[in-house]
Design a protein around this ligand. Structure first.
Ligand code: SF4
Length: 66
């Protein structure tokens, strides 16, 4: 029996990963990928920092209210 599940089914709402973080921004639809708005200064012409994947995490994680 194959017990492998698609990884998106394994994510729980409170897992401390970027996709559940209040600073997570998904700009993939406009070609800029996944970004982190923590420490983003909103200067003209700059984008929030790229993150390697939505499963990434860091010490600044803060649970999103969704
Ligand atoms: S890098 Fe850290 S602060 Fe940014 S979205 Fe991911 S967990 Fe949140």
């Amino acid at each position: 029996m194959n017990t492998d599940k698609p990884i998106h089914q394994c994510i729980k709402d409170k897992d401390p990963i970027c996709v559940n973080c209040k600073y997570y921004i998904n700009l993939a639809g406009v070609g800029f990928g996944m970004r982190c708005s923590y420490n983003f200064s909103k200067k003209e012409g700059e984008l929030p920092e790229k993150i390697p994947s939505r499963y990434h995490s860091c010490e600044h994680f803060k649970l999103s209210k969704k």
